[in-house]
Each structure stands twice: as structure tokens, then as C-alpha cells.
Design a protein around this ligand. Structure first.
Ligand code: HEC
Length: 112
């Protein structure tokens, strides 16, 4: 238990890519998109989606970090549908949602 806690605390240090703080409006937009489109799987684990509430499920993925995660969110990855399954979404929306997710999963990375 202690060890996994320590691992969680170390994750943000290993991920320097999200140094810039997302713009609050973009983050809010991302939250809306997330709630509308992404939460169906990422809040429930549907299709085996990693849960937003479980940072441990993201620790391996986040090694890839932004560029790859955002690409996967837009283009699809395994059972993860392109654009979260909503072709109405623009790349900006999907990126904002992914950014929101990352800020929730690793809050240390986006707060002062
Ligand atoms: C139909 C269910 C579903 C929806 C809706 C969904 N996801 Fe996913 N998502 C998944 C699954 C399943 C995975 C794991 C894919 C794998 O590892 O094979 C995943 C993985 C991801 C990943 C990690 C990709 C990686 O490279 O490891 C990101 C980022 C992500 N989703 C973002 C989003 C965003 C942003 C949205 C909304 C726009 C969204 N997802 C909507 C099911 C979904």
C-alpha cells in the first residue's frame, strides 16, 4: 500500500510534458465534452476503459503523455472509439477533454 502511494506521488515528476497550465476556459470546455461524451466509458469502465477516478490505471499510459494520448483520443485506440465515438467533435474538443482528464488524474501537474 505504502509503495503504491509512493509510486503515485512519483508519477507527476516523471511527466514533465504538461508543464503549461491549461487555460481555465479550455479546461471547462473539456469538462463539458468529457461529461457528455467520454464519461460513459471513463466513469464506468465500460469496454475496459481506464477510470478517471483511478490514476493507477493511467500510470503506464501517461508515459506516452499528451501527444500520443491525444492522438489516440482523436483517432481511436483499441476499444477506445475515435473522438470518443462522437464524429461531431472537433480535434479541439477531444484534446480539451483529454486535457481535462489528465488534469483530474494528475492534479499536481496542472496546479500551481
Ligand atoms: C465507448 C467507450 C469509450 C468512450 C466513449 C471514450 N473512451 Fe477513451 N478509452 C476507452 C477504452 C476502452 C480505452 C482503453 C483502450 C485500450 O487500451 O485498448 C480508452 C483509452 C483512452 C485514452 C488513453 C489512450 C492511450 O493511449 O492509452 C484516452 C486519452 C482516452 N481514452 C480519452 C478519451 C476521451 C477524451 C473521450 C471523449 C472524447 C473518450 N476517451 C471516450 C473507451 C472509451
Amino acid at each position: 500500500m505504502k509503495q503504491s502511494l509512493l509510486a503515485l506521488m512519483l508519477i507527476p515528476c516523471a511527466l514533465p510534458a504538461l508543464a503549461e497550465k491549461p487555460h481555465p476556459e479550455r479546461l471547462e470546455h473539456g469538462r463539458q465534452v468529457y461529461l457528455q461524451t467520454c464519461s460513459g466509458c471513463h466513469d464506468t469502465g465500460d469496454s475496459g476503459a481506464p477510470l478517471l477516478s483511478e490514476p493507477g490505471q493511467w500510470s503506464q499510459r501517461s508515459d506516452l503523455w499528451e501527444a500520443v494520448l491525444f492522438k489516440h483520443a482523436n483517432e481511436g485506440y483499441g476499444l477506445m472509439p475515435a473522438e470518443g465515438g462522437d464524429p461531431q467533435l472537433q480535434e479541439y474538443d477531444v484534446d480539451a477533454a483529454a486535457e481535462y482528464m489528465m488534469s483530474e488524474i494528475f492534479p499536481e501537474r496542472t496546479t500551481d
